[in-house]
Design a protein around this ligand. Structure first.
Ligand SMILES: *Cc1c(COP(=O)(O)O)cnc(C)c1O
Length: 406
């Protein structure tokens, strides 16, 4: 959002001045600018997949992805206990059961723990790429393939990141993205679903638009493929997202430069440790996560910079999601959790993922490209800082860390 400027204005005005705001239109009509359609095409090419489907948010992208896979009552979806609450709530409103798994020091799904959570009911693995850094997709894919379980990638926090040369979101059956204000590219709110699979694309499309075929081409009344909803993106939103997508790589290149200087200087502090980065060149570099030896050290540093250790970063940690712990679905009978035929009844409570809690208690975020108190990143660099400013702020941080840690 820090890089919104003339390019976004131009795209939006293009739509506004034409007066035509709906994503479908007649190609022969000069008022129809096809921003959403163009965004989808460019986004698919950017990620390196066959299909991209624009929707209203990352949350509706997740719900669309699960619906595309045909996930329903009694099915289980494995999800790491460190993610945004939407990763869990979308599983619940797909009427499935979230099965929580541990993270490792990459702060993403722990492949060893993942395998232990698989049951005959497991219908998907939600691999979340947290804080800009891709999950261990080689290991996760091996396990998923062995058990024949589809992966959905939640790339909401890592749009534009790559893992071993391939863009995140292109590894799973489906990938989803968010264009909310706190993400690497934004149009206020918006989302995307990607896939290489023609049938999945058609199903996701139908779900997001009242059962219609892609782009409403072909059969209509009397032949709709399934009961859908409406998560369509409009042309104004698409226009902003299009301009943002076209500058995403330059934004990320800038952040990677800032983070390199910031991290290298802080790394000179004896004993300092960082979160495990799975792909140094490919990650988004939105944040620098410090991993201390003890929760006490993390707490002391967080206090000093006016922040909190990640264990206290609100609705990104399962144990802080009170509405999930109390199973407050819209259904008074708490249906998605207890009623369907073969469903396991799971209690969600603080402490059920001891490894995740231990790691997050030792972790503190510093900002590089993202300033968000909600994710525990209230201090550090600003995205528009120069490399010189980043170096200066790193030296100040080292001094401060020395004082706090002794
Ligand atoms: C932001 C986010 C979402 C949800 O995206 P919205 O666009 O806010 O609905 C899903 N998963 C993760 C990991 C996120 O960070």
């Amino acid at each position: 959002m820090e890089f919104i400027g003339a390019e976004e204005s131009k795209e939006v005005l293009d739509v506004l001045e034409s007066g035509y705001l709906f994503r479908y239109g007649d190609a022969a009509n000069p008022a129809f600018k096809a921003k959403v359609w163009t965004l989808e095409k460019e986004f698919a090419a950017y990620i390196g997949v066959k299909h991209a489907l624009a929707v209203t948010s990352g949350t509706t992208a997740l719900l669309t992805a699960f619906s595309g896979l045909g996930i329903g009552p009694g099915d289980e979806v494995i999800v790491p206990g460190y993610s945004f609450v939407a990763s869990l709530s979308s599983i619940i409103y797909a009427r499935a059961v979230p099965v929580l798994a541990e993270i490792d020091e990459s702060l993403n799904l722990d492949p060893d723990d993942l395998e232990k959570r698989i049951t005959p009911q497991t219908k998907a693995i939600l691999a979340v790429h947290m804080l800009g850094n891709p999950a261990k997709m080689d290991e996760i894919r091996k396990i998923a393939d062995k058990h024949g379980i589809p992966i959905v990638e939640d790339v909401a926090q890592s749009c534009g990141s790559a893992y071993h040369g391939k863009k995140a979101g292109g590894f799973g059956k489906l990938g989803i993205y968010s264009f909310n204000i706190y993400k690497t590219m934004t149009c206020g709110d918006g989302g995307m679903v990607v896939t290489d699979d023609d049938d999945l694309y058609a199903r996701c499309f139908a779900f997001h638009d009242q059962g219609h075929l892609p782009n409403r081409k072909g059969v209509e009344v009397g032949a709709r493929s399934l009961i859908g909803l409406d998560f369509r993106m409009n042309e104004l939103t698409g226009a902003v997202a299009l301009a943002q997508l076209r500058k995403l790589d330059s934004i990320l290149a800038h952040l990677r430069k800032l983070k390199k200087v910031y991290k290298e200087r802080i790394a000179t502090l004896p004993g300092i440790q960082f979160r495990e980065i799975t792909d140094e060149a490919g990650e988004c570099a939105t944040l620098l996560t410090l991993l201390f030896k003890t929760p006490e050290a993390a707490k002391a540093v967080a206090d000093r910079i006016g922040s909190v250790p990640l264990i206290n970063s609100g609705w990104h940690v399962y144990g802080n999601m009170e509405q999930i712990l109390a199973q407050k679905t819209v259904d008074a009978k708490k249906c998605p959790f207890t009623c369907p035929h073969n469903a396991r009844s799971i209690r969600y409570e603080k402490g059920m993922l001891p490894k995740t809690e231990a790691i997050l208690s030792r972790a503190v975020n510093l900002s590089v490209g993202l300033r968000d108190k909600g994710i525990g990143a209230a201090c550090g660099l600003n995205p528009r800082d120069t490399v010189e400013i980043a170096a200066g702020k790193a030296d100040e941080m080292v001094k401060m860390l020395k004082e706090v840690l002794g």
